[in-house]
Design a protein around this ligand. Sequence first.
Ligand SMILES: [Zn+2]
Length: 246
Amino acid sequence: MKASVEAQLRLLELADLDAELSRLDHRRRTLPELEEYQRIETRDTQLGDELAALEATESDLRRELGKAEADVDQVRSRVERDKTRLDAGQVSSPRELENLQSEIVSLARRQSDLEEIELGVMERQEAAERRHGELTQEQATLAGQLDEVAARRDAALGEIGEQVDKAEHLRAGVAVEVPADLLDLYGKLRAQHGVGAAVLRGGRCEGCHLSLNTVDLARIRAADPDEVLRCEECRRILVRVPESGR
Ligand SMILES: [Zn+2]
């Protein structure tokens, strides 16, 4: 393939701009804010699950407390009823009296046990409420952090986007000055190797950083300046500049 020295030099500008675009693309995909955002989001999801489980527990505790209260009430009213009967002197038989008194004693014990249970449920409820408060607080903190990271991420992406636009604009300006067949070859090589063209400097291909042997260098020296050369090692288009070396 043949192309003017000018067109070949343009390829080097194109390669620089493409390298710049690759760097920008890499930066865009590896922004620390992306990972940071994801980490916070993951914690936020965990928190949501924890809260849902806690709310289920709180609902269970409310039910448990209702039952404990009803149990206590039931025993309490039975004690009251017994005491009323006792005080009213409705019980005359000594045996019945003894039974009633012993029932009151055992009911009082039962009431104290049930009140203990009720208290235990209330303590668990308080602990759950405290935990609920902590989780809600953390959730609010995370929401603030997500906003803050998203703002930083968007600012960075915006800046990168501007640089991409600038590089693409420059690239389009350079590409129109490269003949279609050369541009096509450059594009294919770039797709294959990441870089389509490299400069020959000091007898070395700057694409693969290998020094050319004397035979290849002699062939290059003899080649017409319009001849499009390729690096024997990496197959990239090799562009000669004045300091390419003899
Ligand atoms: Zn090479």
